[in-house]
Design a protein around this ligand. Structure first.
Ligand SMILES: Nc1ncnc2c1ncn2[C@@H]1O[C@H](COP(=O)(O)OP(=O)(O)O)[C@@H](O)[C@H]1O
Ligand SMILES: [Mg+2]
Length: 573
């Protein structure tokens, strides 16, 4: 049995924890893959720019052979050439150090006719090093062109030999005349032979036309084919690896600094309430207003119907229920959820009131194309009765009463006190079976906080990739400080999974229209969209824009109207 599994075949907790950590890291990386990619692309671009603009340097290498003279050599031991020291390593190091001297550098400058260059400057681009355990010295030269690099390397070898040769010749010029005189004094028959002065003289005179015999060119430098720096492939590879590393760091940093809701599991520990509905991400709309039922896909409709079913099942004994729809940040889909939940409830034939409590950024009137003269603010301040301010909105088979914020205003938001909130909810529950209240993000503005205390359910709308975990935590804290608990979560933004339509359709029991469509052939996408579109059309606008229309509103919310509507229902509990 592997060490990582227990006797029951379950995973060892330690192993599992490590696995979880790894999975978490993997997910953070996958979610921030764009940062990693961006960093990698930027770093590679930076290295491309560096390779393009960095001054190029070429390196060429020539080899010089150094064989210092033996101590018993009768002629060379008298000459100023390199003599063996007894330690070959020291000898080759000495030979190498003698290449990069000022004297050789000046000879190179003269030989190559390098103008405006000092010996120090030339020497800074040249180095001579022994090659392993050999008698060779590698002379490497760097320059801005491959030609100059080759010339420099070769010149240092040839000029080192030339300067040494010149010194040797000068010494010979001093040694030869007295030796000649000594040889002349010897009888001609005894002048030559091994070990005689005559032979010594001949050898010395021979060196006069030779180069330093202890030094030689082993190999001249070849023309470098590629630049030594910048190294193109290495720079690009380093850019890519550096960018990836930077990207991974940035991804974790980003995740730590700005943790957003990325997965449903994050909600479990955070919210302490179940996810009651999962609403998929709909195609992006240009006008940035809440989505109406007619604009939602079949799967979204099913999500809201599922929410409706769960919430309705919690209602007991015909007592009206109120739901506050709130969230932690703007644009999470709160208003979309409030509208669609209200319509889903209304579709089942019950009396529903939708109240817009976001007085700072009201969007419902615009979305439903209502132009009321007064609304939530006037009801809150007591100028108008709730019943008179409600507008009936019908979408094919469902009518609900809507209290919209007629105008935006920060000052109006102040009027939502605890007693006003309590009365508003109580009044609305008198007039309807379900009251849905659309609120602003409570962590941004606390205006609607009193409503959370008196609403029967507090639904928090969260959106993948948008809701911030910190804000959600704040929201839960804020609500619990008010004695209000989150009772359900709506998760917006999940990518619709394959076959979701069939799962939801069977699970939640759609109306006959949708079920019939869901079972027919054809593409799933067109089928679901069509179904949703036909389920609800543009809202029929309320005729009333002042107190005068209260009569029509009243009839719209009466019990008899509810039973009247029930004849057009497509979905029932
Ligand atoms: N399921 C969804 N998929 C894609 N976009 C959505 C979805 N729900 C809402 N939106 C869009 O998000 C934006 C904010 O929606 P809204 O309901 O006004 O949020 P909130 O009330 O939280 O500010 C709008 O542009 C709306 O069209
Ligand atoms: Mg809103």
């Amino acid at each position: 049995m592997p060490a990582s599994t227990s006797s029951r075949g379950q995973r060892d907790p330690g192993y599992y924890a490590d696995g979880q950590t790894f999975v978490r890291y993997y997910r953070v990386l996958r979610e921030h893959l764009w940062i990693v990619g961006l960093c990698a692309v930027l770093a590679v671009l930076a290295s491309v720019v560096y390779v393009a603009v960095a001054p190029r340097k070429y390196q060429a290498e020539a080899l010089m052979e150094a064989q210092p003279s033996a101590p018993d050599d009768p002629v060379l031991s008298q000459l100023p050439v390199q003599h063996q020291s007894g330690d070959p390593t020291t000898d080759i190091l000495t030979a190498a150090s003698l290449v990069t001297t000022n004297e050789v550098a000046n000879a190179v400058i003269g030989y190559l006719r390098l103008r405006n260059t000092s010996a120090g400057a030339v020497l800074s681009n040249v180095q001579a090093t022994p090659v392993g355990q050999t008698t060779l010295v590698a002379v490497q030269a760097e320059a801005s062109t491959p030609q100059l690099a080759r010339k420099l390397a070769n010149a240092f070898v040839t000029e080192r030999i030339a300067t040494s040769t010149a010194v040797m010749h000068r010494a010979l010029a001093v040694l030869i005349p007295p030796l000649k005189a000594s040889v002349a004094a010897i009888a001609p028959g005894e002048r030559n032979g091994p070990g005689t002065l005559g032979d010594e003289l001949i050898e010395m005179e021979g060196y006069l036309t030779e180069k330093d015999p202890t030094l030689g060119v082993a190999q001249l430098a070849a023309l470098p084919s590629a630049s030594y720096t910048p190294k193109v492939k290495l720079s690009l590879l380093a850019g890519l690896l550096g960018g990836l590393l930077l990207g991974v760091g940035a991804a974790f940093g980003f995740n730590a600094l700005d943790p957003r809701l990325r997965r449903e599991e994050q909600l479990r520990s955070l919210m302490g309430a179940p996810v009651l509905a999962r609403i998929p991400r709909e195609p992006v709309q240009k006008n940035r207003r809440p989505l109406l039922p007619a604009e939602l896909s079949f799967v979204s409709h099913e999500g809201y119907r599922r929410l409706r079913t769960t919430l309705a099942s919690r209602a007991t004994g015909g007592v009206a229920r109120s739901f506050l729809v709130t969230g932690s940040s703007p644009s999470e889909g709160k208003t979309t959820t409030a509208i669609n939940l209200a319509f889903a409830l209304a579709q089942s034939g019950v009396r529903v009131i939708l109240i817009e409590a976001d007085l700072r950024r009201p969007t419902i009137a615009g979305s439903l194309r209502l132009q009321p003269n007064f609304g939530t603010a006037e009801v809150l301040t007591g100028e108008v009765e709730l019943a008179d301010a409600l507008l009936p909105v019908t979408m094919v088979d469902a009518t609900l009463q809507v209290l919209v914020a007629a105008r935006a205003g920060d000052d109006l938001a102040e009027s939502l006190s605890y007693s006003v909130a309590r009365d508003l909810i109580a009044d609305a529950k008198e007039l309807a079976d379900f009251v849905v209240i659309d609120s602003p993000p409570l962590t941004a503005v606390v205006d609607a906080l009193p409503l959370a205390q008196f609403a029967d359910e507090v639904l928090v709308v969260t959106r993948l990739g948008r809701s911030r975990l910190g804000k959600l935590e704040d929201l839960v804290d804020l609500l619990s400080q008010q004695g209000a608990a989150v009772t359900g979560v709506v998760l917006v933004g999940e990518a619709p999974s394959r076959g979701a339509t069939y799962y939801y359709a069977g699970d939640d029991g759609p109306g006959p229209k949708e079920r019939g469509r869901g079972q027919r052939g054809g593409s799933e996408r067109s089928r679901t969209t069509e179904s949703a579109r036909s389920a609800a059309s543009e809202p029929e606008r309320s005729a009333g824009t002042g107190p005068g229309r209260s009569g029509s509103t009243g009839s719209g919310r009466s019990g008899s109207t509810g039973s009247e509507r029930s004849g057009t229902r497509s979905t029932r509990y």
